[in-house]
Design a protein around this ligand. Structure first.
Ligand code: ADP
Ligand code: MG
Length: 246
């Protein structure tokens, strides 16, 4: 049964790499329609948690429910077809393919069942327009700036027609103008009814964009709540300052 208002729920998620526990017993609930910020120091387990949710890696323990149904154990392609998609922290477009072709790949793997080539092209083009990349449609992906490649990654993810989009550091490396532009894009995506979880280091940006924050530190969720409360939480401040953990 779908719980009211909860689109995605991770329960007891744990991921071990040999002796290292990258994600420890994390419970995470995402409310339908929200922009949830996931923050925490480098190595806290944020990207790994995204990979567990999107099926890129299998959890050592725990499960993920999407719209009340267990999706853990499904392949990432099957999870994507249901409406859950993640962008990659390290963008890796098919560099020799055109910008349009890269986004068409997303359309072929998404929720629209077996789109024709022309339908996939239409979807891809619409997403490029939405992401401000339409005029670059014919250029090779490698010719884009970092900011352009990040927006390409977002467009590719959107072409799968997700219900929930996991954005991993899409603002990293962008200048202030590009940051604002990409944040506007994130809000516009959310305004289309797509739920967003965003991993971000820029706390000013995240504070303005997110309705709630969750904080990971050394694989554990250490805080969750409104941005103001979370950022004032001494545990969070300590984690960010990198001082010894009490
Ligand atoms: P974050 O995204 O919060 O910076 P990550 O999820 O990338 O953190 O990494 C969490 C921890 O797991 C780090 O110690 C990292 O080195 C480790 N880790 C991540 N991916 C792997 C992997 N594929 N194999 C081994 N260790 C990994
Ligand atoms: Mg990361």
């Amino acid at each position: 049964m779908a719980e009211d208002g909860i689109i995605l729920a991770g329960r007891g998620l744990t991921k071990r790499f040999g002796g290292l526990v990258a994600v420890r017993d994390v419970n995470l609930e995402v409310q339908r329609g929200e922009i949830l910020g996931l923050i925490g120091p480098n190595g806290a387990g944020k990207s790994t948690l995204f990979r567990l949710i999107a099926g890129i890696m299998k959890p050592s323990e725990g499960s993920v429910a999407f719209n009340g149904r267990d999706i853990s154990g499904l392949r990432s392609s099957a999870i994507c077809r249901r409406g859950v998609v993640a962008t990659h922290q390290i963008v890796r477009p098919f560099r020799a393919l055109s910008v349009l072709d890269n986004v068409m790949v997303g359309a072929f793997y998404g929720r629209t069942p077996r789109p024709s080539r022309s339908r996939a092209r239409d979807i891809a083009f619409e997403m490029l327009e939405f992401c401000g990349l339409a005029e670059r449609a014919g250029s090779p992906a490698r010719s884009l700036t970092l900011s352009g490649q990040k927006r390409l990654e977002i467009a590719r993810a959107l072409a799968t027609s997700p219900e929930i989009l996991l954005l991993d550091e899409v603002l990293a490396g962008l200048n202030p103008t590009e940051t604002d532009r990409t944040l506007e894009l994130v809000r516009a995506i959310n305004a289309r009814g797509i739920t967003i979880v965003i991993v971000e280091h820029n706390l000013r940006a995240i504070r303005g964009a997110c309705s709630r924050l969750a904080v990971l530190d050394e694989g554990r969720k250490i805080a969750e709540g409104s941005p103001d409360d979370v950022l004032a939480d001494p545990k969070v401040v300590t984690a960010y300052l990198g001082t010894a953990h009490a």
